[in-house]
Design a protein around this ligand. Structure first.
Ligand code: HEC
Ligand code: HEC
Ligand code: HEC
Ligand code: HEC
Ligand code: HEC
Ligand code: HEC
Length: 453
């Protein structure tokens, strides 16, 4: 047995193992990172409001596949699904009707189109699958839909694009979820399945390697024992056989010391810069609220419109927090025995408001107006607040820094359609610099005095 070959073998595996461990560690850090706001996160239109887009559905429906591409069809399908189907269907869960994941594999499109247009006709025709499904769902009739074939295909395209994604599919669209790593860690709702597979593969590989290394160490020890029993080894072989790893040499090596010093300094520098940049930032802030009120339950699953509770969000500067009376519209009847709901009753009896903990809070030196953004600008709540409809407990999704405001103002085209106020401005802008889009900043949205005065 050649001991030298054995040694280089185990070194090779050790090196491989360390490389993989390093890769695994860095990707784990990606997952755990603070909810960074990617570019999509602040671009209006990339977000898909849970119920707000129900209202936007007709608009999207009017231009299905406007861009002609798949992405456009999927986006149109998303809006159509939310507007027409979401109250009864989710992609990966049974709601009122079956989960729609894999539907295009279960049924041909030539069956699905007539079914969605008029399911009772298909059941009445005696179609075996339809009758069985109808009975399985307690003879509940799915309503008929006046949708075009193209609109139905775009819904199916959207459903297919959501398959395998976690529960996020019920509320947020692909846009919001992918743009938000926070959902990943906070809610376990990650629509990007590919990342998960990579992680699983990595874990499997690491486990396999650990097993390999352990086996090799055991084999090496057995070999050593066998070799020690042999008398015909020359001096060199004995030396290799008996050698121990000398840690003190490693410690004394100046190259290693300098290397460690440099790494240490870099880490400290990086951490302090990061820390300094984060002073005063409260991104990710998620306080515990006095009542376990869930946006996921109300705005997500029960599809209550944001403005039902935040009544002033389209009309005034601030979005109000609803008073207990609004809760009572429903909770005078619903879940009256729940301990959490009884807290609402107690607040009303004592004539004291519920003491919600404020999450978003700009300093007084900055002026921000909700109606300007939601009503005039047509920006979805989710663009700034993230997938609220998936949040059990609300957290601050965006950094709320000046740079965040300004970046969006630089990139976002003004919503000038049907707004006579802008007619002349748009004309002047197009004359002056035709090709450049007419953004908020072209209209002065990055001037200091717009936000500070
Ligand atoms: C009011 C509730 C309701 C709405 C809204 C609704 N569905 Fe359904 N859907 C059902 C039920 C219930 C079934 C099960 C079959 C039955 O009982 O008729 C079903 C079945 C289906 C099936 C067959 C599923 C399978 O597993 O084979 C498809 C496809 C489907 N629905 C698509 C849609 C689409 C697309 C929309 C929106 C355009 C929609 N549904 C809107 C209730 C609804
Ligand atoms: C049933 C009523 C209700 C609905 C519907 C509702 N909210 Fe809320 N919202 C509340 C209450 C109560 C609070 C305060 C408690 C909390 O933070 O969870 C709140 C808090 C918030 C906050 C944090 C406010 C702060 O303190 O900074 C945001 C942002 C928010 N809601 C956005 C939304 C959006 C977006 C929607 C629609 C997708 C929505 N809400 C739908 C009741 C509601
Ligand atoms: C439009 C109707 C509606 C309004 C308004 C509403 N809720 Fe709800 N709420 C519901 C429904 C529906 C449920 C789910 C009941 C169930 O799970 O059976 C629920 C559940 C809850 C629960 C969970 C109760 C439990 O023990 O499971 C809490 C807490 C709650 N609501 C608090 C509030 C608060 C606080 C407000 C006011 C800011 C509010 N709700 C406003 C409809 C409403
Ligand atoms: C352009 C970004 C943006 C959009 C779009 C937006 N918000 Fe806000 N929201 C903010 C900022 C910034 C604050 C903090 C305001 C402050 O502290 O003065 C905030 C605060 C809030 C608050 C806490 C109360 C308040 O006014 O300070 C609620 C509730 C809220 N938003 C709900 C909503 C809802 C509901 C929508 C959608 C209809 C929405 N927001 C759309 C940026 C946005
Ligand atoms: C998601 C993109 C987005 C973000 C983030 C955003 N804004 Fe805006 N903002 C807009 C748009 C779009 C308009 C133009 C609305 C319109 O008038 O059509 C606007 C307009 C404004 C205006 C009026 C500008 C004018 O020309 O009259 C002010 C003031 C303003 N925003 C302040 C803020 C502040 C402060 C923040 C950060 C806390 C912020 N915005 C964050 C998109 C954004
Ligand atoms: C689109 C809105 C917007 C515009 C335009 C804007 N700011 Fe700001 N600014 C903010 C917001 C929001 C904050 C608060 C950020 C925070 O708390 O981190 C801020 C913070 C600041 C601060 C820091 C104050 C402190 O105590 O930390 C200074 C200084 C400042 N702005 C100066 C300016 C100057 C100078 C301009 C013009 C070149 C300008 N801003 C344009 C929104 C804006």
């Amino acid at each position: 047995m050649n001991s030298i070959r054995l040694r280089s073998f185990s070194h090779f595996f050790l090196a491989l193992f360390l490389t993989l461990a390093a890769v695994g560690n860095s990707s784990a850090q990606d997952v755990g990172a603070a909810p960074a706001v990617s570019k999509e996160g602040v671009t209006p239109g990339s977000s898909n409001a849970g119920n707000a887009s129900a209202a936007a559905a007709p608009a999207a429906a009017a231009t299905p596949g406007a861009g002609g591409g798949d992405a456009a069809a999927i986006a149109a399908g998303d809006a159509l699904f939310k507007g027409n189907c979401a109250q009864c269907h989710a992609v990966n869960d049974v709601v009122v009707g079956p989960a729609l994941a894999g539907i295009t594999k279960r049924r041909p499109v030539s069956w699905l189109i007539p079914w969605i247009k008029n399911s009772s006709k298909v059941v009445a025709s005696g179609d075996e699958y339809a009758v069985k499904l109808f009975n399985q769902y307690q003879k509940q009739q799915m309503p008929s839909f006046q949708l075009s074939d193209q609109e139905i295909t775009s819904i199916l395209a959207w459903v297919t694009s959501q398959e395998g994604g976690a529960k996020a599919a019920t509320g947020g669209g692909a846009g919001t979820d992918k743009a938000d790593p926070a959902t990943d860690t906070k809610l376990g709702a990650d629509a990007g399945g590919a990342g998960q597979y990579a992680d699983v593969l990595l874990i499997v590989l690491v486990v396999v390697l650990i097993v390999l290394v352990v086996t090799l160490v055991i084999i090496a020890n057995i070999m050593k024992d066998v070799l020690r029993g042999r008398k015909d080894l020359d001096g060199r072989d004995v030396e290799i056989l008996e050698q121990r790893f000398d840690w003190s040499k490693l410690y004394k090596s100046s190259a290693i010391r300098i290397g460690a010093g440099v790494v240490f300094t870099l880490v400290i520098l990086y951490e302090s810069v990061q820390g300094a940049m984060g002073v005063g930032l409260t991104q990710g802030y998620q306080p515990t609220q006095p009542i376990a009120f869930s946006h996921k339950l109300h705005a997500g699953e029960n599809q209550i419109n944001c403005a039902y509770c935040h009544t002033s969000v389209y009309k005034s500067k601030s979005a109000n927090i609803p008073s207990a009376n609004i809760c009572m519209n429903c909770h005078s009847q619903i879940k009256t025995e729940s301990q959490e709901i009884k807290k609402i009753y107690r607040a009303i009896e004592r004539k004291q408001p519920i003491q919600w903990v404020r999450i978003h809070n700009l300093p007084d030196l900055a002026y921000f107006n909700h109606s300007q953004h939601t009503q005039v600008g047509g920006i979805e709540c989710q663009t700034c607040h993230g997938p609220i409809q998936n949040m059990e407990v609300v957290y601050q999704y965006s950094p709320l820094t000046m740079g965040w405001c300004i970046n969006c103002h630089r990139e976002t085209p003004l919503n000038t359609k049907g707004n006579g106020y802008y007619n002349n401005l748009v004309k002047l802008h197009d004359q002056a610099n035709g090709a450049a889009p007419f953004t908020v900043s072209s209209n002065g949205g990055t001037e200091c005095s717009k936000c500070h005065y």
